[in-house]
Design a protein around this ligand. Structure first.
Ligand code: 6PG
Length: 222
């Protein structure tokens, strides 16, 4: 058994992630490119590398950046995903087409925005030790969003992940042309072993045009 999608074991998660974004940008189907980003320490490493590696290869002026999830905190709070994305990537790459940070006060606006965008070229997702992805936690109400709903507020019923959250839904992710998961570090070995047996956790419910799992050797245990 394996999780839905393709698994690639890599030496350097950040470099592999940057390569995937650069390749996806080069192969884009339209003039613009829609990129949905995530939070967490792995994302920070990946975005810093993307800023460097993609400098000459991505025309950021045609890229629309959206968020896959956000913590309901101030925009400049150290826990805010938008702060991470600005620091690690946006502040380093110059002008973008657009950036759409999530605001927990405007979930319906984000829902409409996502529904209006014809296709998401690339969605970056992480894997939490409990199997969560974006802010879709095990047994959370966000997993049961009505069909057609693209963004919701959500909380972790176990209390393990702090803050109320805003997140894209599985239905929104399904509209992605490509999803790339990054799974890094020894702390992910146990959950990766479950995910790679296709255990039922939020991350293994993700479907999209293409799903690619980048897993580093520490997480994969090889
Ligand atoms: C967040 C996320 C979350 C993250 C995972 C994995 O806001 O924290 O978007 O889903 O991607 O927790 O994060 P790491 O790979 O950095 O551990």
């Amino acid at each position: 058994m394996s999780p839905p999608g393709t698994v690639r074991i890599v030496d350097d998660i950040a470099a592999a992630f940057a390569d995937v974004v650069i390749d996806s940008f080069a192969a884009r189907l339209e003039a613009g490119f829609t990129l949905v980003l995530s939070g967490g320490p792995t994302a920070r490493l990946c975005y810093e590398r993307l800023a460097d590696q993609g400098a000459a290869l991505i025309d950021w002026r045609v890229v629309d950046v959206l968020m896959g999830d956000e913590r309901c905190v101030d925009a400049d709070d150290p826990d805010a995903n938008q702060r991470l994305v600005r620091q690690a990537l946006l502040d380093r790459v110059g002008d973008l087409a657009t950036f759409h940070p999530m605001s927990c006060d405007a979930v319906d606006d984000y829902d409409r925005l996502l529904a209006w965008i014809p296709a998401l070229d690339l969605v970056h997702l992480g894997l939490g030790p409990d199997g969560h992805t974006a802010s879709l936690f095990p047994d959370s109400t966000g997993l049961d969003a009505p069909a057609g709903r693209m963004a919701v507020l959500n909380t972790d019923p176990s209390g393990g992940n702090p803050h109320r959250r805003m997140t894209v839904t599985l239905g929104a992710i399904r509209r992605a042309r490509r999803v790339v998961f990054t799974v890094a570090g020894e702390s992910k070995r146990a959950i990766w072993s479950q995910v790679s047996s296709d255990a039922d956790v939020p991350a293994t419910r993700v479907r999209a045009g293409e799903v690619l799992w980048l897993v580093d050797r520490a997480a994969a245990g090889v």
